[in-house]
Design a protein around this ligand. Sequence first.
Ligand code: AMP
Ligand code: ZN
Ligand code: FE
Ligand code: FE
Length: 285
Amino acid sequence: MARLVDLHAHTTVSDGTLSPAELVRLAAQRGLVALAVTDHDHVGGLAEAAREGARLNVEIVPGIELSVTDPEAGELHLLGYLFDPAHAPLLARLDALREGRLARGARIVAALRAHGVEITLDEVLQGASGALGRPHVARVLVEKGRAASVQDAFDRWLADGRPAFVPKEKLSPQEGLALVHDAGGVCSLAHAVTVPAAKRGALVRKLAKLGLDAVEVQHSKHGEAERREMQALADELGLAVSGGSDYHGANKPAVELGSVRVEESVLAALKTRAARRRSPNARGS
Ligand code: AMP
Ligand code: ZN
Ligand code: FE
Ligand code: FE
């Protein structure tokens, strides 16, 4: 039987609904041999996940998901892997990004109130133990009967162009890559399907020149066409690939952990890249 992994999943440390330990237990139930915990702007779930992983024999890969803005392609997400989660400059920058998320949360709440929605920042923060995100606001809107589901809350209020949309502070692609590389890790471009199709190729070629290590091929939002497109770009540019479900628990009920097929060899290739980055003159890994 193939040994399968999931390299993209969120916990309550950002906008997932399972705790890190619960997520690892689910990964074990699904028969996964490795799991990357990739919370937005936060590495605070990795230690708990690693402890549970050691108990259940699931390898936990240090991960992070960063939002960056490209002048041509707009918002895109970078997945960082296999870095040192205690790297002080990384932790300091993540702290600042989470402060920015808090200030943005207050602005989203103010915009909702201006539209007659009775909601407070405290109510939102009660359900957010780590990096605050729009899904936390969405859940309160559902509880208050102002939206039918998290998705409906985005469609009515929170998505780009809707009445309570507030942009997030974002890094440049160069800054995002440097944060992960300086901490000893590698970077993959997440779910390229969210980048306008006409801009994808140019974006990946540009990021590759800036040091991007991989592209996410398997993802719950990627159809066969996107998987082929990303694999072809990886082959053309000599990039590695990554893959994962982007599991968020009840915040994205249609997406199951381990629902995209990613073999352990994908993780092994990322490890080889990370080792080569750390000691460029060494042969192999
Ligand atoms: P934030 O980091 O606060 O901008 O929130 C990003 C999270 O919200 C990600 O997990 C996305 O999956 C989710 N999200 C972003 N846009 C939408 C949308 N239009 N509909 C549903 N979920 C979304
Ligand atoms: Zn998320
Ligand atoms: Fe993302
Ligand atoms: Fe994600």
